[in-house]
Ligand binder design. Structure first.
Ligand SMILES: [Zn+2]
Length: 172
């Protein structure tokens, strides 16, 4: 890292601090030549690949605004939404990929949203998983009911590989 004052390549780290709950590291450096100090930040890269093929940095705010619509009229607070967006980011980062398709972001929202509010989840899922018919909703509701029974509480990401163009029954 080149010193912004004298352009020397030689600097040493005098302090390192995590920020944003450990997602980034901020380093205080001291130039070995001019002794001036400067700060660098380090964050791991997470890009979203849009359907158009364009990429953009992952933004929690986009998750929140996407989910907020589905939560209209539901008892979901802004704090809930912020936490959900963080869970989604944590999940995606845990995958270890530098780039994730936009579709995967939507899918990563499903499990925590279901925990938060089942009605909002159904609304959101109906868009992201292309529910076409009443049966799609019925199947999903049946699934919610079944999983609502006191079994395990680990939310499993529902298989979503079904091609959109293939009508017909899905395994329950
Ligand atoms: Zn310097």
């Amino acid at each position: 890292m080149r010193c912004p004052y004298c352009r020397s390549d030689d600097s040493r780290v005098v302090d390192s601090r995590a920020f944003d709950d450990g997602l980034g590291i901020r380093r205080r450096r001291e130039c070995s030549d001019c002794s001036r100090r400067f700060t660098t930040t380090e964050t791991s890269v997470l890009y979203v690949v849009k359907r158009s093929g364009a990429t953009e940095p992952f933004q929690r705010g986009k998750v929140v605004s996407g989910v907020r619509k589905a939560c209209q009229g539901r008892p979901v607070s802004e704090d809930d939404l912020a936490l959900l967006a963080q869970q989604v980011e944590d999940f995606l980062r845990a995958e270890g990929q530098a780039e994730v398709p936009a579709m995967d972001v939507g899918l990563a929202i499903l499990a925590p949203l279901r925990e938060l509010d089942e009605v909002a989840y159904l609304r959101f899922a109906s868009v992201y998983r292309s529910f076409d018919t009443l049966e799609d909703f019925e199947a999903e509701i049946a699934l919610l009911r079944a999983e609502g029974e006191p079994m395990g509480q680990e939310p499993t990401v529902v298989a979503t590989e079904t091609p959109l163009s293939t009508p017909g029954s899905r395994p329950t």
